[in-house]
Design a protein around this ligand. Structure first.
Ligand code: PTJ
Length: 272
């Protein structure tokens, strides 16, 4: 057990969220997660709170469009960063395998050490091949200014559909400008990535990836026309609007009650 690790009793009202946080801290301790990854997680938690930590219909619609896109793609690639490796490594590898997608380590705060640690984590999670770590296949996307411009010639470089969960805005817009389809997961519908992406899944990655595996199992029984139909009817701007409206509604509902946590109400009794 880590020196600062806490035991989270099942009865703790926020046990689920605390366990996810512990996973990320553990990933940080192992060297997978960047310092900024901890900050990014906190931002995600805040938005998830407003979503009441549930997967909403708008996220499911986006997941269906994402799976349809990956199934129809010629070169689907799943990008992996520190947070993704720490939180959902096993399911992410599994989903990539089901969809015949390549896995590529691609870091914002790139160090050789983290690249290799993340590759090892993916291999431990069942990955047979991990791109993005082999200098021989490294090339640059000049449209991207920071370290994420280095991509694998067998991966993101030739990809037609790229999965970049928990991503920064610059690379998303650059990939879009290069004509690639970009799928993201981002709890913040206002982020530049969420706004630029072709398909934005506004949900916690921890809930979204297992749900996407479930959706794949359903869509794998459908024909090509059915998948194309999902994409013809998909509108990312509508999905983003629905996410923001849901957040607004949740806040309005909670605000109308003032104190909404039952325990607090019980404690304060007639003082409120
Ligand atoms: O591992 P690296 O070096 O590639 O760096 C990864 C981070 C995440 C640090 C880097 O990509 C970064 O700085 O990202 P941003 O710009 O902070 O964006 C991350 C987005 O993910 C934010 O909009 C968060 O709200 C969102 N987010 C954080 N945790 C989750 C999440 N979305 C879904 N599920 C989460 N668990």
């Amino acid at each position: 057990m880590r020196e600062d690790e806490i035991e989270i009793p099942n009865t703790h009202p926020r046990a689920k969220s605390l366990r996810i946080r512990e996973k990320l801290i553990e990933g940080f301790r192992k060297g997978l997660v960047a310092y900024a990854g901890l900050i990014a997680h906190g931002r995600g938690e805040a938005f998830d709170y407003i979503l009441r930590e549930r997967t909403h219909q708008f996220a499911i619609d986006a997941m269906r469009a994402a799976i349809a896109s990956f199934m129809l793609a010629k070169h689907p690639v799943f990008s992996v960063n520190g947070n993704v490796a720490a939180l959902v490594s096993k399911d992410y590898v599994k989903l990539a395998e089901l969809l015949n997608a390549k896995l590529e380590v691609n870091l914002f705060y790139r160090t050789r050490k983290r690249e290799l640690l993340i590759r090892d984590e993916l291999v431990r999670s069942g990955a047979k091949e991990v791109l993005g770590v082999d200098e021989e296949y490294r090339t640059e996307i000049p449209e991207i200014k920071h370290l994420r411009r280095f991509v694998d010639t067998r991966g993101i470089y030739i990809a037609d559909v790229v999965f970049v969960p928990l991503e920064d805005g610059d690379r998303t817009s650059a990939l879009i400008k290069l004509g690639k389809k970009v799928v993201t997961i981002d709890l913040n519908p206002l982020s530049r990535t969420a706004q630029w992406a072709s398909i934005t899944i506004v949900d916690n990655i921890v809930r979204a990836i297992p749900k996407m595996i479930e959706i794949y199992r359903d869509l794998s029984k459908k024909d090509k026309e059915y998948l194309l139909d999902i994409l013809r009817n998909y509108d990312n701007a509508r999905v983003l609007s629905q996410a923001m409206i849901t957040m607004k509604k949740n806040l309005e509902e909670l605000a109308s009650k003032g104190v909404f946590i039952e325990e607090v109400k019980d404690y304060l009794g007639d003082k409120i």
